[in-house]
Design a protein around this ligand. Sequence first.
Ligand code: SF4
Ligand code: FES
Length: 252
Amino acid sequence: MRERAEANLKDAEETVKLKVFRYDPEVEGKKDPRFDTFRVPFKKGMTVLDALIFARDHFDSSLTFRHSCRQAICGSDALFVNGRQRLGCKTQMSELEWPVRIEPLPHAEVVKDLVVDMEHFYDQMESVEPYFQTDELPSGEEQKQTRENREKVKMSTRCIWCSACMSSCNIAAGDNEYLGPAAINKAYRFAMDEREGEAMKEHRLNIIEQEHGVWRCQTQFSCTEVCPKDIPLTEHIQELKREAVKSNLKFW
Ligand code: SF4
Ligand code: FES
């Protein structure tokens, strides 16, 4: 394996150095966090995920990270690369400064190497009831949405549950109960869907208006900046704040 790697490195026109965070709480001698350096052959079009896969397959099979689709769809390989949350499979090595520093997502517990515990993130997503609900029982007919309404929620539907936004958010880092940008965006996706009806919209606004909901957002835009699907998260959070105010004013 290592010989094959050395041959690859010798043939390569260019090589790139990776500094990769390592931590394995279950193995004696590897319990202290450290950075390992790997030199991998650079190829045009190479992503951070490609480089990690090369390092794992040729140098250290215990190097652990999540990945699946390799096309920015499954959301499993959000990493902290050169000090910013990014998807490994969507980030070109050529766009980064070298050596490339790769760490697990900040503000989440590290399970091993680059793998973080996603449980809390999923709990927050679950708490906003991230599924379509309506009082009207399906009649067997298609529940049609207007073109305008589809346009309105379009960007919010693009979320791939990668957690990059949550990891970048200072408020979430300081308040573990804060719903976080992804969960609020998910609430937006359904609260703004006219097919759910007014009563359900009220219910959804009640959820996001809670103490650790939308009002915690301080419009720092860090979530919007890192979202790999370009979802205007801060904008959606502000719109829900306005909707919540309007809804409360109705009863005065
Ligand atoms: S909103 Fe964007 S950054 Fe946040 S989980 Fe969804 S895709 Fe990832
Ligand atoms: S591997 Fe699926 S999003 Fe990157």
